[in-house]
Design a protein around this ligand. Structure first.
Ligand code: COA
Length: 374
């Protein structure tokens, strides 16, 4: 096969086929299995979108009722997993906890054959909120939560376990929207990691563990946490504007802006921004939301850089009382759907992903005996 000169980092290269998602192409710029993200975020529940991604079509009423019940019935964690989570310190990186929880579940409930892959995906989807909150509440508050809540949705279950009370309808709706927006995004780094692992015919838990590891890196997940840490430093919009101008002058990145594929806007931004505004009104915020809007204005005015999905997620999660360190793990609670769907799709191909590298090392040279090496 002829050697091509691939773009560095595979940027812009088509690295495979997918039926799951288009990014930056037709319509408003993001579609899951042909459905526009705006319509999904407005009308669907997260569980409907999970079903769409994992099973190929939107569920009908009966299928959705059955799916919700199935997921609810799988929230409990094995005792051995709870014991492991209790051993993990409060200072642990929450993404390490997610990776470990996934791995332990994979030991205790190993995927025996690919025929089980949908069951394994559903189990991970149902168990991950419990894994995160069981560790968080035990290590931070000394509380052993019972993951098997009766909440109608995954987002409500997460908030319930985190705060100890059922969320109000606004918060439950925002969680649906947020989890839908984060569910799938084509061949991003963590999904590609999962697909490379899947191409070796490995098990689902290994693919997902690898994906969590990729998402953990600050260049991928983590921008919503970084945006929150940045916004919290400023007390009013004028101070924020001065600081942003200074960052731009020093060529520092402003977190939550820009995107590798979208060029003029991130279609997810307007959606989460609108919900963030509603949450700001609910809590009577007069600081964080106006600061966020000013930063967005300045970035567009100065650099034509637009807010990406992560930017307004920061104030939205903050207004719902979610600790900043849990922002990136919420991404996992959602993206588990896209990852598992990609693993299943990759498994159909039966070919291992194995690119080549352009060699830049020494030319062939003779062996040097150890006594002659200086
Ligand atoms: N703040 C300030 N400047 C930015 C910027 C940001 N968030 N994002 C891009 N730029 C600048 C770059 O410095 C570069 O300027 P230069 O041409 O003078 O060197 C130019 O815009 C192009 O940026 P580049 O890094 O080539 O864009 P990219 O498409 O390779 O990278 C991101 C995309 C997402 C990695 C990048 O925008 C970024 O790091 N954003 C912040 C982190 C973030 O929000 N990540 C979540 C993504 S969903």
């Amino acid at each position: 096969m002829a050697e091509n000169s691939a773009a560095p980092n595979l940027r812009g290269m088509v690295a495979g086929e997918t039926k799951l998602c288009t990014v930056g192409k037709e319509g408003t710029g993001l579609h899951y299995r042909g459905y526009d993200i705006h319509e999904l975020a407005e009308h669907a529940t997260f569980e409907e979108v999970a079903y769409l991604l994992l099973y190929g079509e939107l569920p009908n009423r009966g299928q959705l009722r059955e799916y919700n019940a199935r997921l609810r019935g799988q929230r409990q964690l094995p005792q051995a997993l709870k014991e492991v989570l209790e051993r993990l310190p409060s200072a642990a990186h929450p993404m390490d906890v997610m990776r470990t929880g996934c791995s332990v579940l994979g030991v205790l409930e190993a995927e025996q054959s690919f025929a089980q892959q949908h069951a394994v995906a559903d189990r991970l989807l149902a168990a991950l909120p419990g894994i995160l909150t069981y560790w968080y509440r035990y290590s931070h508050d000394g509380v052993r939560v019972d993951p098997a809540t009766e909440d109608d949705s995954i987002g409500a279950q997460f908030l319930h376990l985190l705060h100890g009370t059922r969320p109000n309808p606004l918060h439950e709706k925002v969680m649906h929207v947020s989890l839908i927006l984060y569910a799938e995004h084509e061949f991003n780094a963590s999904t590609f990691t999962a697909r490379v692992c899947a191409s070796t015919q490995s098990d689902m838990h290994s693919c997902i563990g690898g994906a969590i590891g990729s998402l953990r890196g600050p260049l991928h997940g983590g921008a919503n946490e970084a945006a929150m840490a940045m916004l919290e430093q400023w007390s009013d919009p004028d101070e924020a504007e001065r600081a942003v101008l200074q960052k731009l002058e020093c060529k520092n990145k402003v977190m939550g802006f820009g995107h590798a594929i979208y060029r003029t806007q991130d279609p997810r931004n307007a959606i989460i921004k609108a919900w963030s505004r509603k949450l700001a009104a609910e809590v009577g915020d007069r600081s964080l939301y106006p600061i966020s809007e000013r930063v967005e204005e300045v970035m567009w005015r100065e650099k034509r850089l637009f807010a990406n999905a992560d930017f307004y997620h920061a104030p939205a999660y903050h207004f719902m009382g979610i600790p900043t360190k849990l922002f990136t793990p919420i991404f996992v609670l959602s993206r588990i759907t896209g990852w598992c769907a990609h693993v299943m799709e990759q498994r159909e191909s039966r070919h291992i992903i194995r690119p080549s590298a352009k060699y830049t090392g020494p030319q062939p040279r003779p062996w040097v005996p150890i006594q002659d090496r200086g």
